[in-house]
Design a protein around this ligand. Structure first.
Ligand code: CO
Length: 329
């Protein structure tokens, strides 16, 4: 079974001190404090500890053998998006990250597929960087679930989505800067509550804002099984039905009509939930995604799908062929 893990993160081993360079902000730096281990540092806070599988392609390839993963889609860690920075500085950070991913992909083209990061706070710079990356073998782009609290339905993103459609760039929407995080830091709630809500926010915004109507060939995949969108789709439809004056103001179409028109990854941590999302969007719109190499991701990427009570045909679709369609491989 040919397997593509569509949701994995990578970071360059060495990051410039962008805060020092630009003279402001809390850009991430890496503190390699022990062999194969580094702290991601934001300002003076330790944000997360990472290990060498986060930056070393050879370590990743070794682990992919153990996990029976043939290929990984690699993209940056969302905290690196830096949409809050000045656009030209964010472009510089993005280019640094993208060049590192391009090197990894070019050195191991049979193992890795690249998704770019772009300065979403400035559509024209974002489009330029996406064009540069797509010329260099990238298959698409990873974007945040919001851009500095703006929803993806805002007109300022239209040009960017038009460019993605024109360039045939796959889009991975990943949660970040989780809503309400300043009010719920305890118990890791931004990750456990905020992340699923962020993805539902992104899908609802794109549906109700008519983004999928304007750009019918857009190839969007939403992380974490589409977050809380699919589990609450009937409530969302009910809201659209009972208060069209609030919900259906920019797009009259029932949100359920969009099921099967975008992809979601398989990282839902539960066989029944996996079956449920397959029932809603179709196996050909579910791609295996693990969130490797982070602890909240799948410990053994692909295991949920491999051990699920699904037909072999559906497993093959989810483990590989659905991703080939999403990424136009
Ligand atoms: Co992720």
């Amino acid at each position: 079974m040919f397997t593509i893990d569509t949701h994995t993160h990578i970071i360059p081993k060495n990051l410039p001190d962008f805060s020092k360079k630009f003279g402001y902000g809390e850009f991430i730096t890496l503190d390699h404090h022990a062999q194969g281990r580094a702290w991601m540092v934001q300002g003076n806070k330790r944000f997360r500890e990472i290990t060498d599988n986060c930056w070393d392609p050879l370590v990743r390839i070794e682990e992919m053998k153990q996990h029976k993963a043939d290929m990984q889609v690699i993209c940056t860690i969302p905290v690196m998006f830096s949409y809050w920075a000045k656009a030209k500085d964010c472009l510089e950070v993005s280019q640094f990250l993208n060049d590192d991913i391009a090197t990894t992909v070019n050195n191991h083209p049979d193992k890795f597929i690249g998704l770019a990061t772009v300065p979403m706070q400035d559509a024209s710079l974002a489009i330029k960087e996406l064009e540069r990356c797509m010329k260099n073998g990238y298959k698409g782009v990873q974007i945040g679930s919001n851009v500095n609290d703006l929803n993806l339905s805002e007109p300022q993103f239209d040009e960017f989505f038009a460019a993605c459609e024109k360039l045939n760039a796959a889009i991975l929407v990943h949660p970040w800067q989780m809503m309400g995080q300043e009010h719920m830091a305890k118990y890791w709630l931004p990750w456990l509550v905020g992340m699923p809500a962020e993805i539902s926010r992104a899908i609802c915004s794109m549906i109700f804002g008519g983004v999928f109507e304007k750009y019918k060939n857009l190839k969007v995949c939403f992380a974490h099984g589409g977050g809380s969108f699919l589990p609450t789709i009937s409530r969302i439809e009910h809201g659209w039905d009972c208060r069209p004056d609030l919900v259906a103001i920019d797009n009259p179409i029932n949100p359920k009509e969009y099921l099967g028109k975008f992809w979601v990854d398989s990282h839902v941590c539960d066989h029944k939930m996996l079956q449920y999302i397959i029932d809603l969007v179709g196996a050909d719109k579910v791609v295996q995604g693990s969130d490797y190499p982070f602890p909240l991701g799948e410990a053994v990427p692909g295991e949920l799908v491999r051990t699920a009570p699904l037909s072999n045909e559906n497993k093959e679709i989810i483990m590989g062929s659905a991703a080939k369609t999403w990424l136009s491989l």
